[in-house]
Design a binder for this molecule. Structure first.
Ligand code: HEC
Length: 124
């Protein structure tokens, strides 16, 4: 991701943020998550959230929460909070930073459709 960004010119970046901002203000209320779309995006998450009692050990030891079965809006808003820096966990911040509002809504719906005890949570 970082290396891709290096190849964007400043004007492309400015355009991107302008578009992202316009999209956010116009559509933030309208975004509807899709569990099916989310399924195509969880590859980013399963390395940590699929492993019962897994602890990420960088830079400190954190217990990775099980997010299957949580409320979709809670998951999407947690991701947004990491992206904005309101929640501080460094790995989650960098992951959430790459997600769009649509991605967050889709991931929220996907995980909400799971249960805490789904086999290999969060995969079916
Ligand atoms: C490198 C391991 C790792 C990866 C990959 C990862 N997470 Fe996390 N996630 C964590 C850890 C550790 C926490 C707990 C951080 C904290 O205490 O704030 C967490 C917290 C969360 C929370 C907050 C849960 C709560 O109960 O408040 C959500 C939601 C979440 N992750 C979703 C995701 C999604 C969706 C993805 C994929 C896009 C993902 N995570 C990828 C390790 C990871």
């Amino acid at each position: 991701m970082i290396s891709m960004k290096k190849h964007l010119t400043l004007s492309q970046l400015t355009l991107c943020s302008a578009l992202a901002f316009a999209g956010f203000s116009a559509h933030a209320q309208d975004i509807k998550g899709s569990a099916q779309a989310g399924q195509g995006k969880v590859w980013l998450c399963v390395g940590c959230h699929a492993i019962p009692d897994y602890r990420a050990d960088y830079p400190l030891v954190y217990k990775v929460p099980m997010i299957g079965g949580q409320n979709a809006a809670y998951i999407a808003s947690s991701l947004a909070a990491y992206k904005k820096g309101e929640r501080k966990h460094p790995t989650m911040r960098s992951i959430a930073g790459s997600l769009s509002d649509q991605d967050m809504a889709d991931l929220g719906e996907y995980y909400a459709a799971q249960t805490a005890s789904s086999p290999n949570n969060p995969l079916k």
